[in-house]
Design a protein around this ligand. Structure first.
Ligand code: GTP
Ligand code: MG
Length: 263
């Protein structure tokens, strides 16, 4: 065994090299205990990374479901209800902070049990009715289980926040097992998302002068956005009503061209 740690090795190899160097100075019993602790530590990291991989797969399943719905609706309704879909895996720092806030120790079991938003999927729609359209279509799928639904559109938060939140489970098929994984889905309009990202920025900046005034201004903006969302929907419905009066052959031709685009 060499007493020098090779610089070109990765952090894990360096850790084991350092362990070996250190262990030579310990009694046999103490060395064994340290080795066992190091092994448990590495096992926990492997379990944690595996869990994160599983949440990533669950987000992909949900994202694909929304993409399929969007493709289908683009033909059925002749427009795309979904403007964009993003996914995010909760950071280790945020997981640690949340478990501490819940007075729970940091373990893989507690992450699975108590944190519902390790995997997050955000769906941005153009119009309010699309939010409910695609949420209902997702929840109607027989492999999706709804755990929690919060409608901050019907009941906005006092600060003005609006969005539809769903916590669902989706089965994910791995090589040797099938697991139901939790995913948090947030569905909102482009305007609601615009508002939420600005409000989020304010929340995480501690040193903003006149914070109360800004909060009040944001509340007013939220109200303007609600009205604008509703007016945009009204206008779209009027345009659609006019289009519905179109010749049936024209509609069929348009549908045909959209199916080509969809494929
Ligand atoms: P968290 O502990 O933050 O996850 O909240 P929760 O478990 O009570 O769930 P809730 O459905 O209220 O919020 C979940 C997520 O929605 C948050 O993590 C944010 O991403 C978003 N959210 C909720 N409230 C607000 C808000 O007031 N402003 C903004 N910008 N985002 C919010
Ligand atoms: Mg959250």
């Amino acid at each position: 065994m060499s007493n020098t740690i090779k610089e070109k090795e990765g952090p894990i190899e360096q850790f084991y090299d350092a362990m070996e160097v250190g262990l030579t100075t310990l009694s046999d019993n103490a060395a064994e205990r340290m080795q066992a602790r190091a092994r448990r530590f590495m096992e926990t990291i492997v379990d944690y990374k595996e869990l994160m991989m599983m949440y990533t797969c669950a987000m992909k399943e949900i994202q694909t479901k929304f993409e399929i719905l969007n493709t289908e609706f683009s033909v059925r309704y002749r427009r795309n209800p979904i403007a964009s879909i993003t996914t995010r895996l909760k950071t280790t720092a945020s997981i640690t902070e949340k478990l501490a806030r819940y007075n729970c120790s940091l373990s893989v079991e507690n992450i699975e049990k108590y944190i519902h938003d390790v995997g997050g999927v955000r769906v941005i729609c153009s119009y309010i009715d699309d939010i409910y359209l695609i949420a209902d279509a997702l929840l109607a799928q027989d492999d999706i289980t709804l755990l929690r639904r919060k409608d901050y559109i019907a009941n906005p938060k006092p600060n003005g926040y609006r969005s539809l939140h769903l916590i669902v489970t989706v089965p994910v098929f791995f090589a040797d097992r099938k697991l139901d994984m939790k995913v948090e889905v947030q569905i909102r309009t482009i305007a609601m998302d615009f508002w939420a990202s600005l409000e989020h920025q304010m929340k995480y900046k501690q040193e903003i002068p006149a914070q109360d005034e800004i909060a009040e201004e944001l509340r007013l903006c939220a109200e303007t956005i609600r009205q604008t969302d509703e007016r945009m929907l009204d206008i779209r419905k009027k345009i659609e009503a006019a289009a519905d009066a179109e010749d049936e052959d024209d509609l069929l031709l348009e549908k045909l061209s959209r199916i080509d685009i969809g494929i």
